[in-house]
Design a protein around this ligand. Structure first.
Ligand SMILES: [Zn+2]
Length: 122
């Protein structure tokens, strides 16, 4: 599988941030090796992503990115009903990137892929 560069990945994060409306909440985007998680974010807006995401499929990268950005949007670390609904809504609305998939699949795949990946997200 073709890897994307750090620059391309950060552009993807910023593109999602514009869509979700959290651009001004991002303090820093870091990419480094992470053992237990794909990504995490601090309350101050520092986003950290596992460098291994660069070689993951675009759809999986999007799922991890949207997860962290929704944390920034909501301003807390919970994964409650609102959190899950927003993640699903944004991923489902990205039909340009997922036109081959029937509506509603993105959210289910999200949980499935993350669980089977053996790592979580923060
Ligand atoms: Zn989370």
């Amino acid at each position: 599988m073709r890897e994307v560069s750090r620059e391309v990945f950060k552009e993807e994060v910023l593109a999602w941030a514009r869509r979700i409306g959290v651009t001004d909440r991002i303090e820093e985007i870091c990419l480094r090796y992470m053992k237990r998680k794909w990504a995490s974010c601090s309350s101050r807006g520092r986003l950290t992503f596992d460098i291994a995401l660069l070689s993951q499929p675009a759809s999986f990268r999007a799922e991890v990115i949207v997860h962290e950005l929704i944390h920034l949007k909501l301003g807390n670390g919970s994964h409650g009903r609102l959190f899950r609904a927003l993640v699903k809504a944004y991923l489902q609305n990205s039909t340009g990137m997922k036109s081959q998939e029937p509506e509603g699949l993105a959210g289910n795949r999200y949980d499935g892929e993350l669980k089977s990946s053996g790592k979580g997200v923060g």
